[in-house]
Design a protein around this ligand. Structure first.
Ligand SMILES: [Zn+2]
Ligand SMILES: [Zn+2]
Ligand SMILES: [Zn+2]
Length: 293
C-alpha cells in the first residue's frame, strides 16, 4: 500500500512538473525609454518592458539566456515562477544588452558563489581578461563554462542546449543563437543576427525542425532610425516575413519576433503592419508568455 502511494506521488510529480520556456524581455539592447529618444515610442514607460531574454525552467534548475540590464527583475520573475533559488546563465555575445547584467553578481551587489555562466571561447576570454568582469571570475562570483559551436550541452532532466554561431558585429566576442530542446519541444533563440543571407544555415529549413522560433525583430523596415542602417544590420521584420511567406501557415506560426528596437512600430499592437503580419501567422513575443518544452 505504502509502495503504491509512493509510486502514485512520483507519477503525479513527474506528470505535473514540466519544462517551460518564458519570455523575460522583448526589447533591443538599449531598451525603452531609449536614451536620447524624445519621440512618441519612448514617451511612456511600460511595466515589464525589458531587454530581450528568455528563461527555461526545468525540474531542478532554471536557465536564463543573456544577462541583460534588466537581469534583476528578470531573474526575480524566473525564481517566482520556478521556485528555484539560482539560475544558470547562457550568454549570446558581448553587446551591452546581453551580458552587462552580470554586474549584479559581483561583490558590490549579490556576491554570488560560482554562478554557472556558459559562454563561447571569445566571450569567456573577454570576461576573464577585462575589468570589471575579470573580478567576477577571480572572486569566483561566476564560474565560466566554455561552449563549442554546434556542441550540445546536457542539462537537468533531458534539456539540451546547442550554440549556433551567427554573423553579427563581433567586436569583442563571437555571437551565437541557441537551440533549446526539452522533453517534447524545441525552441530556437536568435536575438541578434546581421542578415539571414549571411548565415551558412537556412532559417526557413531550421524553422521546420523546431516548434518555436524567437527571431531578431530589431527593426521593422529600412529607414526606421535616422542613421545609416548598414552600421547596425539586422534582418528587417518585413524582410524576414517576405523570406518566410511561402512556408505553410503552421511553420510561420512558430515565428515570434523578439529584440525589438524602441523605434520599431510593431511594439504597438495596433500598428497595421503588425496586424497584417499576424494575419499571415507571424507572432510577436510578449513578456510573461510561456511555452511547453
Ligand atoms: Zn542585441
Ligand atoms: Zn524611442
Ligand atoms: Zn548585438
Amino acid at each position: 500500500m505504502r509502495g503504491l502511494l509512493i509510486f502514485c506521488l512520483c507519477f503525479f510529480s513527474e506528470a505535473t512538473i514540466g519544462q517551460t520556456l518564458y519570455i523575460l524581455g522583448t526589447l533591443q539592447d538599449g531598451g525603452a525609454p531609449h536614451m536620447g529618444c524624445e519621440k512618441l515610442c519612448c514617451s511612456v514607460e511600460k511595466p515589464h518592458d525589458f531587454v530581450s531574454s528568455i528563461g527555461v525552467v526545468g525540474e531542478h534548475q532554471s536557465f536564463i539566456f543573456d544577462a541583460t540590464p534588466d537581469f534583476v527583475s528578470q531573474t526575480n520573475y524566473l525564481k517566482e515562477v520556478s521556485g528555484h533559488k539560482n539560475v544558470v546563465i547562457f550568454l549570446t555575445h558581448a553587446h551591452m544588452g546581453h551580458y552587462t547584467g552580470l554586474m549584479h553578481l559581483g561583490r558590490e551587489a549579490h556576491n554570488t558563489a560560482e554562478t554557472m555562466v556558459y559562454a563561447m571561447p571569445k566571450m569567456a576570454h573577454f570576461l576573464s581578461k577585462n575589468g570589471p568582469w575579470d573580478q567576477l571570475v577571480s572572486l569566483r562570483n561566476i564560474s565560466l563554462i566554455p561552449l563549442q559551436e554546434d556542441q550540445e550541452v546536457f542539462l537537468d532532466q533531458s534539456i539540451t542546449v546547442t550554440p549556433l554561431k551567427v554573423p553579427h558585429r563581433d567586436e569583442y566576442s563571437e555571437t551565437v543563437g541557441y537551440l533549446i530542446k526539452g522533453k517534447n519541444k524545441t525552441a530556437l533563440y536568435v536575438p541578434d543576427i546581421d542578415k539571414w543571407s549571411k548565415w551558412n544555415r537556412s532559417i526557413a529549413a531550421l524553422i521546420e525542425t523546431v516548434d518555436y522560433a524567437f527571431l531578431d525583430g530589431t527593426f521593422f523596415a529600412d529607414g526606421e532610425v535616422p542613421r545609416p542602417m548598414s552600421e547596425v544590420p539586422h534582418p528587417f521584420v518585413s524582410e524576414t516575413a517576405a523570406l518566410l511567406e511561402s512556408l505553410p501557415l503552421k511553420e510561420r506560426q512558430k515565428v515570434y519576433f523578439i529584440h525589438l528596437n524602441h523605434s520599431n512600430p510593431a511594439r504597438n499592437a495596433e500598428f497595421q503592419g503588425r496586424i497584417d503580419l499576424e494575419k499571415q501567422g507571424f507572432q510577436f513575443a510578449e513578456f510573461g508568455l510561456s511555452f511547453d518544452l
